[in-house]
Design a protein around this ligand. Structure first.
Ligand SMILES: Nc1ncnc2c1ncn2[C@@H]1O[C@H](COP(=O)(O)OP(=O)(O)OP(=O)(O)O)[C@@H](O)[C@H]1O
Ligand SMILES: [Mg+2]
Length: 239
């Protein structure tokens, strides 16, 4: 299939995510972790966020799930300015976001099913729905046979698949992945990227932070390159 490469920032107008002159400076740091970033990510994008260690990738994601606020500028998500959001409004924003971390962040002595189901339990869903939905999403990531195994007994690749199931079980609009393959071998990493592509094809906007240029290959639709907190490149590929 022919690909058309557009090298631009913001050429497709306002997105599901808009950064307007976003700067983040942590207390006591000499330089900004993010420096005057203006960009858009469109609904349905599969966006790869690249940059060396310390470039600001994790900070970028933390601003989106409201774990940090920008020092200057505005972060807009789904038409809402989340840079000035009230604490009590944060859970409603996070309900639209799934997050996957490099180190999985699972509860090791709970089963895969329990780890996934916890998200729905917190939302107050009934027990039978929790069981059904959790098992179904574990099937989708190919782990239904391990549903009742404590996560501490699963391999790294399997644990990351549980973490993806947990991130997807409430059908988020946005999936944030911070170096999700950093602890995995090449085969496991490619299986994880396939799952992220699958989630994207089902409609989720995906942001994948990585310093591995080989990740995501032909499925990449948008790349954002950061270096020392600055936006040094952005490209969209229409596949
Ligand atoms: N909580 C914090 N307090 C102070 N400085 C921080 C904090 N978090 C990040 N930084 C600094 O902000 C800059 C960007 O860090 P960030 O973690 O966003 O980079 P990164 O691209 O995710 O790096 P890596 O690839 O190593 O994960 C770094 O200089 C880092 O030291
Ligand atoms: Mg990081």
């Amino acid at each position: 299939m022919q690909s058309t490469l557009h090298v631009t920032i913001d050429e497709r107008g306002f997105g599901v995510i808009d950064f307007h002159h976003v700067t983040k400076r942590y207390q006591g740091q000499e330089r900004s972790a993010l420096d005057d970033l203006t960009l858009s990510i469109q609904d349905g994008d599969f966006c790869v966020l690249m940059g060396e260690s310390g470039a600001g990738k994790t900070t970028f994601l933390r601003l989106l799930y409201c774990a940090e606020r920008p020092t200057y500028g505005r972060v807009i998500f789904m038409n809402q300015d989340i840079s000035t959001i009230l604490l009590r409004e944060i859970p409603a924003v996070r309900r639209n976001i799934g997050v996957v971390f490099q180190d999985f962040k699972l509860i090791n002595n709970k089963t895969a099913l329990e780890n996934v189901g916890l998200v729905l339990w917190v939302q107050g869903q009934p027990a039978n729905m929790i069981y059904e939905k959790s098992l179904s999403i574990l099937q989708q990531v190919g782990l239904d046979s391990k549903a009742h195994v404590p996560c501490g007994y699963l391999s790294g690749g399997e644990q990351q698949r549980v973490a993806i199931a947990r991130a997807l079980v409430s059908k988020p609009r946005l999936l944030l992945c911070d170096e999700p393959t950093g602890n995995l071998d090449a085969k496991q990493a490619s299986e994880i990227v396939d799952l992220l592509i699958g989630a994207n094809l089902k409609g989720a906007t995906v942001i994948l932070a990585t310093h591995d240029p080989n990740l995501s290959g032909a499925h990449r639709k948008k790349t954002i390159n950061l270096s020392k907190g600055k936006l040094v490149g952005s490209a969209s590929v229409d596949l």
